[in-house]
Design a protein around this ligand. Sequence first.
Ligand code: TSJ
Length: 650
Amino acid sequence: MSDQLKLNTETATEHEYDGAQIQVLEGLEAVRKRPGMYIGSTGERGLHHLVYEIVDNSIDEALAGYCTHIQVIIRPDNTIQVVDNGRGIPVDIQPKLGIPAVTVVFTVLHAGGKFGGENSGYKVAGGLHGVGASVVNALSEWLEVTVRRDGKEYKQKFSYGKQDGDLQLMGNLAPDAQNGTTVTFKPDPQVFTDTTEYSFETLQQRLREEAFLNGGISITLTDQREGQERSETYCYEGGIRSFVEFIHQKRDLAVLHPQVIYLKGERNGSVAEVAMQYNESFNELLLSFANNVHTPDGGTHEEGFRMALTRALNDFGREKGYLKEKDENLSGSDCREGLTCIISVKLQDAQFESQTKAKLGNTDIRTLVSGLVYDKLKEFLEENPTVAKAIFEKATQAARARAAAKRARDMVRRKSVLDSVRMPEKLADCHEKDPEKCELFIVEGDSAGGSAKLGRDSNTQAILSLWGKMLNVEKARVDKVYGNDKLTPVIMALGCGIGEDFDLSKLRYHKIFIMADADVDGSHIATLMLTFFFRYMRPLIEHGYVYVAQPPLFKLQKGSVVKYAYNDAEMAQYSAEMPGAKINRYKGLGEMNPDQLWETTMNPENRVIVKIRIEDAERADEAFTILMGDQVEPRRQFIETNAKYANLDV
Ligand code: TSJ
């Protein structure tokens, strides 16, 4: 009953209590002063990070074996509620601070889990910055925790990180009620000044990932906001095996063998899991995680995997005669062509090479993963000769393609030495030579190319008209890229080479515009071109040199006043402003005369341009890979409107 709680509270002397409280408040003040230091940013990412920080506590409880279901609810007012069916956060008084453990969790910086002691089960410190509930509390206008435990329900409220009264005993639980913890909070709009609006999709992506990485845990995400009510549950008995299947399904990739290969090993309290499956594409997709945190820059777990995969395949291939004496060894990339692989390690003292946890540094993990993969993979190949054969055929073909690509590359290199200023015939170059001042417009179709050539500022703007069939580089090997009649002129005009040969210092234009019709075909062509840049000239995107030109969709004219509308909303606005205007809908770039094309799309004073960037540099690679396969408007994810909406009063 509440007696015990009161009794315990009173055993703490006033002096101790005050001291602890002062320390606590100073800690949380620091969080409010520099929120970015604790959650990375106060933008959309930081806002969502609050949820992960809370959910990670429930995941820890699940990993300890006491919780099976976690619910995340976006409530109608954009507040968040997280509910689990674990043991409930302990409420007994902490001897050191003289306050209940649950209060410590929310008011003392870095207190999460510490009170559990040595035997509190297997702990994995989650969260990008490993901060915890007190940080979320400090950055919330209010937060409320409910604990169901020992047949009772307890509740405590906080505002701006400070407790709003003591932990209260609410009453007895129904005899059949489940234990657990519920946390509800409202992010402080004074901290999250950009937005306090949660995105279902963003939460969905991370929570689904958590469900894959922690097989068997059920995570429900519910949106209760008006007009967007929905609920989804993620639960994968297959864990990271299901993750690999999910990626292949989502990208619509045919697999080379029916079963995902799954390897698991433990050593000195660390656990390593690998799930891998080959598909018929030529791309490698390797995602690694340490303690459920994505490590985009890899580290020892990835190194161990790569080393062991190459060695296991070569050794096995020699033993079985797939590789003859005269054959060279398969290279690492030969062994990974068309491979989708998830590596997940869980360890006690994860060491990261950077604050952002981008790269794992623990060296014993390299040994664990490489030993596991070498031994178990060879065993698997031994037991599954049909799969082994398919993998060897794939890797051998990759080796042959690599040799062919090298020949093609050498030929291109020789050519460029002999004839270094050769430019494609469809390039109308600019006079300026300083790349910083030069712009290249890559234009689909001859008639649009003709208009652009006439309309441009030939001092700084070059036009390259493209024709021929566009290659989808996601579905082709590098040897097909060399010699493709649509891509070769682009490579020649840019001058910086591709792939291994890429040299940014040779780039001839620092603004590269893809100019295509504002319709489905145009958007498809732009996407294919972007994919090519991403795969073979990635630094162009990383440096922000790639843009998509935005031709207007409508022209409105009334008397001498002409306005161009770039979207339907503008169109509605302008047509209301100038009733009775004559409206032209542009079906394609080809319909515009050179002057119009210049005025609306190319003139730096007026044009609307969209800069292509890798929205989330940390996750760019897999995000791109996964999303490119999506049918839903993939570009939307990668483009940032950098628009100058212009009123053209002629
Ligand atoms: F941290 C938190 F407050 F944000 C939070 C913690 C939020 C949510 C939604 C759940 C949790 C949480 C914590 N769920 N389950 C637990 N478990 C414990 O804290 C716990 C319970 C019992 C024992 C024990 O040794 O008896 C130890 C621990 C760490």
